[in-house]
Design a protein around this ligand. Structure first.
Ligand SMILES: *[C@@H]1O[C@H](CO)[C@@H](O)[C@H](O)[C@H]1NC(C)=O
Ligand SMILES: *[C@@H]1O[C@H](CO)[C@@H](O)[C@H](O)[C@H]1NC(C)=O
Ligand SMILES: *[C@@H]1O[C@H](CO)[C@@H](O)[C@H](O)[C@H]1NC(C)=O
Ligand SMILES: *[C@@H]1O[C@H](CO)[C@@H](O)[C@H](O)[C@H]1NC(C)=O
Ligand SMILES: *[C@@H]1O[C@H](CO)[C@@H](O)[C@H](O)[C@H]1NC(C)=O
Length: 675
C-alpha cells in the first residue's frame, strides 16, 4: 500500500527537478545575462540577442552542442535548418561556449547566472563599465578556462570560489578594477597547473604577497602591480619560471629573494615600493658586497671581440679567493645546490658575487681559471652569439659560445633548459660540457672543439683535398643526422632542435655527422628565435607551418631534415643557403617534383652520388632515399614520417658496395691529401 503511494510522488519530484534544472542556455542568455549586463539602458550590441534574430547573429557569443561539436554558423545559409531559430532555441543540447564582448559599453553587473553555463570556456568582458562584485557563482562555471574582466569597475573582494576553476583555468585577468581585500587562498592541494596568466594589477588588493601562486607551475605572467600588497616577497616566488612580472607600486619591503636581474627583470618591475625593498636589480641590500666593477666585464667583452686575447684576468682573483674559502672545486650537483641557495638569498657576501661554472658529464676536468685564461679566436658569428676556438693552458682546445646580452630567456627558464641540454649525450649530437655565467649575466656555452667542417662546406665549398662524396658516405652522414634528431625527439619530454640546416651539422673525417646548437627554442628569447626562423626560411629549411621559434617541434625538424637529405642527394643548396653566389640555389622539393614529372629523376642526383651505382633507379636505395626526403618535406606536417621511421628506412636501404666508405684517402682530385 505505502509503496504504491510513494512511487508517483517520487516521479513528480523527479520531474520537477529536471524541469527546473533544464533552463536552456539560450533562455539564460536572453532572460538573465542580457538584462543584467545592459544595465539601465538598452545596449546596441545586446539588441542582437533577441529571439526573433537568428542565433548565429547574436553578437559576441559562440555556441556548441553537448557532444562538443560547434554550432557552425559559417556553413549555414539563412535558409538552412540551423537558422530556424524556433527549433534551435528549444534544443537542450545547445550550450554557450564563449561570451566575448570587450569594449561594448556594457554598464550593468555581472549576474550570478554566469555560473550556470556548463560549457562556457571563455568569458571576455574587458573594457566595459560593469560594476558590482565578482559573483561567487562565477567559480561554479566548471568549464571556464579564460576569464578577462579587466578595466571595469568591479568592487569588493575576489571570491575564494574563483579557485574552483583551478583545474582548467589558463588565464585570469582582473586588471584595472576596484577589487579589494586580500587575495583568497585556494583550498589546499588545488592545482592551478594550467594557469599561465594571472593579472590582478591596478586594483586595491592588500595583504601579503599571495604566496600560493608559487605552486602554479606554469605561471608565465604575474601582475600584482598598483595594489597595496605589503610585506616581503617570498623566496618560493623566485622558483617560478616567469616571463613577465610586475610587483611595482605596492608596499613590499625587505630583501628580494634571489637576483631577479639575472632572470631578466629590471628595476621597473619593483619600483614604487617601500624604500627598504632591496637587492638586484634594485640597490644592493646593506651589508652585501657589491662585487666586480662593470669595467672588468667591459674589458672581457672587448677582449673577446678582438680575437686572440687573454681574457677574464680580473675574475681570477675572485675565483682564487673563492677557492680558498670553499673547498668544492668540482662543481656538479653540490655546486648547483649552493647556487640555488644563492638564488634564494640564503647566503650573502663575496661568494655570490662572482661568476659561476656548471659542469656537465665529460666536462669535469674544466677549471674556471683555465677557461677564463684561454686564448680565443673567432670562428663563427650568429644572431645570438659568437663562437671562439679557445686553447687551454694544458693544450686542450674548447669551443666557447658567448651568448649575446639580450638573446636569452630569463634566468629562471634559461638555467633549467641549459641543465637539461647539458645532460644530452648521443654520438651524433655535440655535447654541452659546461656553462659559465658571469656576475653581470654574461653567458658562455662550453663545448669540445671538433676539427670538423660543416656539412654545408663539405657539400658546396670547393676546397683542396676534399673527399669524394659517394652515396655510401652521404648515406652515413644522413643516417647520423637522423639518429641524432631521433634521439632528441625521443627524450622525455621530446626536444626539438629548431635549427636543422647543413650549417649546423658538423662532419668529421669518418663522415660521422654531429648536430650542433641544440634546444635553441628553449634558451633564446622569442625575437632571437624568430630571427633564426626567418634565416631558415631564407635558406629554404623552414617548414611551411612554422611561424615562430616557440612553435618549433619534431615535425618541423623533420621538414628541415628532409631538405638536408635532398641537399645531400642533389648536391645543391636549398634557398641560397651557404653562400651568396646564388647560382646553385633551388627550391629542392620543386626540383624533384619537376624531374619526376619529366621522367628525368636520375638526373637530379649529384654526379658523385650516382657514380659507381650501377642502376640508380633500382640499386643502392637512392630512389627510396629520395622518396623518403620528399615525404619529410611534405607541406602537411601530419603526414611527415617521424625521425625514428626515417632512421629505420635509411638503415634498411643499405648500399651494395660498402667498402668505399672506409677509404678516406680517396679524394675528388685523386690526390691523397688527408681530409
Ligand atoms: C526583438 O526584436 C523585435 C523586432 O526586431 C522587437 O520588436 C522586439 O521588441 C525585440 N525584443 C526584445 C526583447 O528586445
Ligand atoms: C526566426 O528567425 C526568422 C529570421 O530568420 C524570423 O523571421 C522568425 O520570426 C523567427 N522565428 C521566431 C519564432 O522567432
Ligand atoms: C563550417 O562549415 C563549413 C562548410 O561546411 C566548413 O568549411 C567549415 O570547416 C566548418 N567549420 C567548423 C568550425 O566546423
Ligand atoms: C607595472 O604596474 C604598474 C602599476 O600597475 C604600471 O604603472 C606599470 O606600467 C607596469 N609596468 C610594466 C612594465 O608593465
Ligand atoms: C607600508 O608598510 C610599512 C611597514 O612595512 C608601514 O609602516 C607603512 O605604513 C606602509 N605604507 C602604506 C602606504 O601602506
Amino acid at each position: 500500500m505505502a509503496a504504491s503511494i510513494l512511487l508517483p510522488l517520487c516521479i513528480s519530484l523527479l520531474l520537477a527537478f529536471t524541469l527546473t534544472s533544464s533552463v536552456s542556455d539560450v533562455d539564460l542568455v536572453l532572460y538573465k545575462i542580457k538584462p543584467s549586463l545592459q544595465g539601465s539602458q538598452p545596449n546596441i550590441v545586446l539588441l542582437s540577442w533577441n529571439a526573433s534574430v537568428p542565433l548565429c547573429q547574436w553578437r559576441g557569443l559562440k555556441w556548441g552542442f553537448s557532444d562538443g561539436s560547434p554550432l557552425n554558423c559559417s556553413s549555414a545559409s539563412p535558409s538552412s535548418p540551423l537558422w530556424s531559430n524556433a527549433t534551435l532555441y528549444r534544443n537542450p543540447e545547445l550550450n554557450l561556449v564563449s561570451l566575448q564582448l570587450p569594449s561594448a559599453n556594457l554598464a550593468g553587473v555581472l549576474p550570478r547566472e554566469v555560473g550556470e553555463f556548463a560549457n562556457l570556456g571563455k568569458l571576455y568582458l574587458a573594457g566595459n563599465s560593469l560594476s558590482g562584485t565578482v559573483p561567487v557563482e562565477l567559480g561554479y562555471s566548471s568549464a571556464l578556462s579564460d576569464v578577462d574582466l579587466s578595466f571595469n569597475s568591479l568592487q569588493g573582494p575576489l571570491p575564494a570560489s574563483i579557485w574552483n576553476l583551478c583545474s582548467g583555468l589558463v588565464s585570469l585577468r582582473l586588471h584595472g578594477n576596484e577589487l579589494s581585500g586580500s587575495v583568497p587562498d585556494p583550498v589546499p592541494d588545488s592545482n592551478c597547473g594550467e594557469l599561465r596568466f594571472l593579472d590582478l594589477g591596478q586594483n586595491s588588493f592588500a595583504g601579503d604577497f599571495p604566496e600560493f601562486v608559487a605552486g602554479f607551475r606554469n605561471l608565465a605572467n604575474l601582475d600584482l602591480g598598483g595594489n597595496s600588497f605589503s610585506g616581503r616577497i617570498p623566496a618560493s616566488v623566485a622558483a617560478l619560471t616567469l616571463r613577465k612580472l610586475n610587483v611595482s607600486h605596492n608596499n613590499f619591503s625587505g630583501p628580494l629573494p634571489g637576483d631577479f636581474e639575472r632572470s631578466g627583470f629590471g628595476p621597473e618591475v619593483f619600483e614604487g615600493n617601500d624604500p627598504t625593498l632591496c637587492g638586484l636589480p634594485l640597490t644592493p641590500c646593506p651589508g652585501r658586497n657589491s662585487g666586480l666593477s662593470s669595467g672588468a666585464i667591459a674589458g672581457l667583452l672587448i677582449g673577446l671581440m678582438t680575437g686572440t686575447v687573454v681574457f677574464f684576468s680580473v675574475l681570477i682573483g675572485y675565483f682564487q679567493r673563492r677557492k680558498r674559502s670553499s673547498s668544492n672545486p668540482n662543481g656538479g650537483d653540490e655546486e648547483e645546490d649552493e647556487e640555488e641557495k644563492e638564488l634564494f638569498g640564503e647566503t650573502a657576501g663575496e661568494q655570490s658575487d662572482e661568476g659561476k661554472l656548471i659542469l656537465f658529464p665529460g666536462g669535469e676536468h674544466l677549471r674556471l681559471e683555465d677557461i677564463l685564461n684561454a686564448t680565443g679566436q673567432v670562428i663563427e658569428k650568429s644572431n645570438y652569439g659568437t663562437v671562439y676556438k679557445a686553447k687551454l693552458g694544458d693544450g686542450g682546445t674548447i669551443a666557447l659560445r658567448l651568448l649575446k646580452e639580450d638573446c636569452c630567456r630569463p634566468r629562471s627558464s634559461f638555467l633549467p633548459a641549459v641543465k637539461q641540454i647539458g645532460k644530452i649525450r648521443h654520438e651524433n649530437l655535440i655535447p654541452l660540457k659546461a656553462f659559465y655565467e658571469g656576475k653581470r649575466g654574461e653567458k658562455l656555452l662550453i663545448h669540445d672543439y671538433l676539427p670538423s667542417r660543416t656539412l654545408c662546406d663539405l657539400l658546396h665549398e670547393p676546397m683542396p683535398g676534399k673527399p669524394a662524396l659517394n652515396w655510401t658516405r652521404r648515406r652515413k652522414i644522413a643516417l647520423g643526422v637522423a639518429r641524432g634528431l631521433a634521439h632528441l625527439h625521443g627524450l622525455d619530454p621530446p626536444m626539438a632542435h629548431g635549427n636543422v640546416r647543413s650549417k649546423t651539422i658538423l662532419v668529421d673525417d669518418f663522415f660521422r655527422a654531429r648536430l650542433n646548437e641544440l634546444g635553441l627554442d628553449r634558451i633564446t628569447e622569442s625575437h632571437v628565435g624568430d630571427e633564426l626562423v626567418s634565416i631558415s626560411k631564407a635558406e629554404g629549411y623552414k617548414a611551411p607551418e612554422l611561424q615562430s621559434m616557440r612553435k618549433c617541434n619534431p615535425r618541423s625538424d623533420v621538414y628541415a631534415y628532409g631538405i638536408v637529405l635532398l641537399e645531400i642527394l642533389l648536391g645543391r643548396r636549398p634557398g641560397g643557403g651557404c653562400s651568396r653566389n646564388g647560382k646553385e640555389y633551388a627550391d629542392l622539393p620543386a626540383l624533384v617534383k619537376g624531374a619526376v614529372l619529366e621522367e628525368t629523376t636520375v638526373d637530379v642526383f649529384d654526379g658523385e652520388v650516382v657514380k659507381g651505382v650501377r642502376n640508380p633507379m633500382e640499386d643502392g636505395g637512392l630512389i627510396q632515399a629520395l622518396r623518403l626526403a620528399m615525404g619529410c618535406c611534405s607541406p602537411v606536417a601530419a603526414v611527415r614520417p617521424t625521425m625514428e621511421e626515417v632512421v629505420r628506412q635509411l638503415e634498411e636501404n643499405r648500399p651494395n658496395n660498402r667498402s668505399d666508405l672506409y677509404s678516406p684517402a680517396e679524394t675528388r682530385s685523386g690526390s691523397v691529401t688527408p681530409f
